[in-house]
Design a protein around this ligand. Structure first.
Ligand code: MF3
Ligand code: CO
Length: 275
């Protein structure tokens, strides 16, 4: 019903993007509060409570809570957990852990969805490099989210960035980004690998959640018996970053980032930072 043509991909008006921005800012501020709160000794359930307070205080609704029966406000995925970890009062963070926090909110019917990964206390250089490579891959993907490009240009840029980081990271293939707008998960799926110039052409009015997930080891995943938590099959540590991105005539508008802008980036394939 809300769907206007665009190869089955929902097209938003500028007014609708403005409303998605409000939802995106709720998610942005919630993740900021969580990133400030993480420290050795805090439990993931305490983080969940902070998120619930932030989202409800903004007059929004957590989109994960109750989604296919999901029991919490945020997903907290620690160390070898990749995504969809369930906050737990028994799970206390320790120095040296890494955590991915994924948050979604709906405001006036419009969705925002974002995730970030951070280290707790003192993290190893190897883990920090994993986090940095995943964040860089997200931003390289975002930079391709402009009218006239193809979906594959985003996927390819993410993949190329991960490879160019030199860390020999695994790129998770079984989970992807997604279209977003009047629902959290919409067409199209947004893989974190692929060929440039392939897939649907990107048009102004589309919105995508781009979300690379990479590991210090292999690409295989296992879902735990809780029916949610996804871990690496080889128990290697994983990182996950996500933003909700609006495709505008002027290029990407990062709806879940504080300033909404794309950071200046060097070509991930070049060895020069001068641009
Ligand atoms: N935010 C996740 C995604 O990026 C979805 C989490 S769904 C939940 O697609 F039910 F686990 F919360
Ligand atoms: Co998402």
């Amino acid at each position: 019903m809300r769907l206007r043509r665009g190869a089955g991909i929902e097209i938003k008006t500028p007014e609708e993007f403005a409303r998605m921005r409000e939802a995106g800012l709720v998610v942005c501020r919630t993740l900021k509060a969580l990133a400030d709160a993480v420290r050795p000794g805090i439990t993931t359930a305490e983080l969940d409570a902070i998120a619930a307070r932030e989202i409800e205080g903004a007059g929004a609704v957590p989109s994960f809570l109750g989604y296919f029966g999901y029991p919490a406000t945020i997903c907290t995925s620690v160390n070898e957990q990749i995504v969809h970890g369930i906050p737990d009062p028994e799970q206390r963070l320790r120095s040296g852990d890494i955590i991915s926090i994924d948050c979604g909110a709906v405001l006036d019917g419009w969705h925002g969805d974002a995730a970030l990964s951070v280290g707790i206390g003192e993290v190893s250089a190897e883990d920090q490099a994993l986090l940095d490579a995943c964040a860089a891959a997200l931003w390289h993907g975002i930079a391709q989210a402009r009218p006239g490009n193809h979906l594959g240009d985003i996927s390819h840029a993410v993949e190329r960035s991960v490879i160019a980081s030199g860390g020999r990271y695994g790129i998770v293939r079984e989970y992807t980004g997604h279209g977003i707008g009047s629902a959290m998960h919409m067409e199209p799926t947004v893989p974190n690998f692929g060929a440039p110039g392939r897939g649907p052409r990107l048009r102004a009015g589309m919105a995508l959640a781009i979300e690379p997930m990479i590991t210090l080891g292999g690409e295989q995943t296992v879902e735990l018996a809780d029916g949610w938590t996804v871990v690496t099959a080889d128990a290697s540590r994983a990182a996950h970053f996500e933003h909700t991105v609006a495709i505008t005539p002027d290029g990407p508008w990062v709806l879940t980032a504080e300033d909404g802008a794309v950071l200046p980036l060097s070509d991930p394939g070049s060895d020069s930072d001068a641009e």
